[in-house]
Design a protein around this ligand. Sequence first.
Ligand code: HH2
Length: 279
Amino acid sequence: MKPLNWHCGPDHRFVLDHPLVMGILNVTPDSFSDGGRHASPRAATEYAFSMIAAGADIIDVGGESTRPGAAPVTDAEEIARVLPLVRELAAIGTVPVSIDTRHADVARPCVEVGASIVNDVSGFRDPAMVEVAAASDVGVVVMHMLGEPATMQEDPVYEDVVAEVAAFLGERAEMLREAGVARERIAVDPGIGFGKTTEHNLELLRRLPEIVALGYPVLVGASRKRFIGNILGEDDTARRVHGSVGAAVYAMLGGAHIVRVHDVAETYQALAVASAIRG
Ligand code: HH2
């Protein structure tokens, strides 16, 4: 079968015949795993370089934590956190820069300064976000989230989580295409941990081929998340690395094309070996 392509702006075209690693760079005080870690712009840039050296294919910059209970951030504050970094990394141009935001007024200037991907955890619910995508040539990540970050973990209920998530992603992708976003630009993401219990997350990973069957590149972000802590009885997110690598390899074998991770070196190695064995 021919590999899928993913077009991310004028300069980046991925042929998805091997798994891509998206390295996470949160410039927030309160992200659940790396919050407060990259306090100065210089520290953040250096960390991005270290992820690229370790095998990252994409850097995903985020300025708003979406963990339950995170403090709200104004667009101005989010822009102040992410824009200088996006501009600098995009100008260097080694790998595409993704902007992880739900807000059109943040996504728009980031695209203007060279972001190649818009990663929206709310699945392009806001028509203004659809406009930003349609008016540009960037890649988009459409993620499934049940409800809103503040309340999404309060007893999420599905009849069939995989069928419902797949239907949502298929509909959102179709809506983006009707708005003028080319098929080759769209990737989908089941949204591990976004309005899902541990059992829902496991079911989504187990039945990932049903999401892959939609025919779009599939991104999975399981890194260091609570369900891994629950399986391992591990509260410390820094001690969930090996469990996260296990989830990334499982996702790849289920057909994921891109994994979004905190631990690039560890994940890159595991995926390179698993991918070589798969052939
Ligand atoms: N998960 C988080 C943030 N953005 N984007 C996609 N496409 N998929 C994900 O699973 C995903 C995401 C949450 O993780 P993190 O950025 O580490 O934490 P926080 O939201 O606290 O900043």
